[in-house]
Write a protein that binds this ligand. Structure first.
Ligand code: PMP
Length: 410
C-alpha cells in the first residue's frame, strides 16, 4: 500500500485557498483513480516522486514539457549558468538570438522566431500575425482540437461570450470536404487554418494525419491566401525536429511550440516563413517574463541535446517496446487494448469499456505499482526513457492487467 498522507493533506488545504483546489488541465487529477497522486516533490530522468515519496516510472512527462529527463544535468547546468547572472533583466540575453538562430536552423520552414511563455501565447501570436497579414478575421480549426485556454479556444464555456467565439469555424480532422465547407462558410474571410499534426483530442482514439489531408490543408491555405498554422505545442520535437509534416513534404506558414522546447522551463515559440515576417513585426504581443534568459538558455541546451543524441530515435525505441509489450500482455489477460497515435505519444483504451471502468482500474493498479499512466489522455515518452525503464514498467503492468482481470472476470 502506498502512502497518501501528505497528498491528501495538501488537497484539503488547497480546497480552502485555491478555487476548485486546482484548475485547468490539472482538474483531471481530481477525476482520476483513487491511487493517483496530485502533488509531486521531485523528478530525475524518467522518474517522479510524489509528496509522499512514492516513486513512479513516469509516462506523462509533465503532460509534455519533460522531453530529455527530469533534472537533466546538461540542460539544468545551462539554465543555472544564466540563473546566477539573472533571469529577467533590462532586456533579453544573448540566448534570445542564439535560440532564434537554432530554431531557424532546425525547423525546415522557419525564417524567424518569437518567444513567449505558454502554448496559448504561441497559438495566439500566430493567429494575430495571420490576421495582421491577411486583413481577414475567421479562424478554421478542427472540431474538439485544443489550441489553448484563451476565450476563442477554451473548451469550457464558463465566462466566455458568443462574440469571443464568433470568428471560429470548425471542420473535421482528416476530412478535406469538411474543410472546404468551412472555407465556403467563411465567404472569403479566412485568416488562418490551424491544425495539430495528428488528432490528439483527450478521450478519443488518436488519429494520424493522412498525407492527403496534410497536403490538402497546405494547398487550400495557399489557394485562398490564408495562413496555415501547425500547432506543435504538444508534438514539438517528439515527431520530427524539422517539423511534424516534413514526412509529407508539407510546410506550414507558422508553427507554435511550447511544452518540450525547454525540458520543463517555461517557454513558447512561434516560428514562421518570410511571408509572415513583416506582419509578425507589426503586432503588439508581450509579457513581463517573456524575455527571461534562463528558459531560453535551457531551450538551446534542450534542442542541441535532442539533435546531437537523436533523442527522437531513443523515444521511439522505448515507445515501441512499451506498445508491443502492453499489447501482448493485454491479449494474454484477455483484454482488447486499443493503442493509437505515435508510439512516443501513446493513447490507450480498453475495448467495450465505454464508461472507462476497466482502464481506470488498470491505471489505478499500475499507479499503485509505481507506473504513472493516464486513462484518457495521451501519454508522453522522453529521451530519458530507457529500455530498462520500459522492461521494469512492463513487469508491473503485467500484474496490473492480472489485477484488473480479477476485478472484471471473463
Ligand atoms: N495547443 C496544444 C496542441 C496543446 O496541447 C496545448 C496544451 N495542452 C496548448 C496549445 C496550450 O498550451 P498551454 O497550456 O501551454 O497554454
Amino acid at each position: 500500500p502506498r502512502l497518501r498522507t501528505a497528498d491528501s493533506a495538501l488537497r484539503d488545504r488547497a480546497l480552502a485557498v485555491v478555487p476548485g483546489g486546482v484548475y485547468g488541465h490539472m482538474t483531471v487529477l481530481q477525476q482520476m483513480p483513487p491511487s493517483y497522486p496530485q502533488f509531486y516533490s521531485r523528478g530525475a530522468g524518467a522518474r517522479v516522486w510524489d509528496v509522499d515519496d512514492n516513486e513512479y516510472i513516469d509516462f506523462m512527462c509533465a503532460f509534455g514539457p519533460m522531453i530529455a529527463g527530469y533534472a537533466n544535468p546538461v540542460i539544468d547546468a545551462a539554465a543555472a549558468a544564466q540563473q546566477v547572472k539573472g533571469d529577467a533583466l533590462a532586456g533579453p540575453s544573448r540566448h534570445f538570438v542564439e535560440l532564434a538562430e537554432l530554431l531557424v536552423d532546425t525547423v525546415a520552414h522557419a525564417d524567424w522566431a518569437m518567444f513567449a511563455k505558454n502554448g496559448t501565447d504561441a497559438t495566439s501570436i500566430a493567429v494575430v500575425t495571420a490576421r495582421a497579414e491577411t486583413g481577414r478575421t475567421k479562424l478554421l480549426k478542427a472540431r474538439k482540437a485544443y489550441h489553448g485556454a484563451n476565450a476563442w479556444f477554451t473548451p469550457n464555456p464558463a465566462g466566455v461570450t458568443a462574440a469571443d467565439r464568433a470568428d471560429i469555424i470548425e471542420f473535421e480532422y482528416n476530412d478535406l470536404a469538411s474543410l472546404e465547407a468551412a472555407v465556403a462558410e467563411a465567404e472569403g474571410d479566412v485568416a488562418a487554418i490551424i491544425v495539430p499534426p495528428f488528432r490528439h483530442d483527450a478521450l478519443y482514439d488518436q488519429e494520424l494525419a493522412t498525407a492527403e489531408f496534410a497536403r490538402g490543408v497546405r494547398a487550400i491555405a495557399t489557394r485562398i491566401g490564408a495562413a496555415f498554422i501547425l500547432d506543435e505545442v504538444r508534438t514539438g520535437f517528439r515527431l520530427d525536429m524539422a517539423g511534424a509534416w516534413e514526412q509529407f513534404g508539407v510546410r506550414p506558414d507558422m508553427t507554435a511550440f511550447s511544452k518540450g522546447i525547454a525540458n520543463g522551463y517555461s517557454l513558447a515559440a512561434v516560428v514562421g516563413g518570410q511571408a509572415y515576417k513583416e506582419a509578425a513585426a507589426s503586432i503588439y504581443v508581450t509579457g513581463s517574463f517573456w524575455m527571461g534568459g534562463v528558459a531560453m538558455a535551457a531551450a538551446v541546451a534542450t534542442l542541441t541535446l535532442l539533435r546531437d543524441t537523436n533523442g527522437i530515435r531513443t523515444m521511439n525505441a522505448a515507445g515501441s517496446a512499451f506498445r508491443t509489450g502492453l499489447q501482448s500482455q493485454a491479449a494474454a489477460h484477455g483484454f482488447g487494448l486499443v493503442q493509437t497515435g505515435p508510439v512516443v505519444m501513446p493513447f490507450m483504451r480498453f475495448d467495450d469499456d465505454a464508461e472507462l471502468r476497466q482502464v481506470f482500474a488498470f491505471t489505478d493498479a499500475a499507479v499503485r505499482r509505481g507506473v504513472l499512466l493516464h486513462p484518457w489522455h495521451n501519454m508522453f515518452f522522453s529521451a530519458a526513457h530507457t529500455l530498462d525503464d520500459v522492461a521494469t514498467a512492463l513487469e508491473r503492468t503485467d500484474e496490473a492487467f492480472a489485477e484488473t482481470r480479477s476485478l472484471f472476470p471473463l
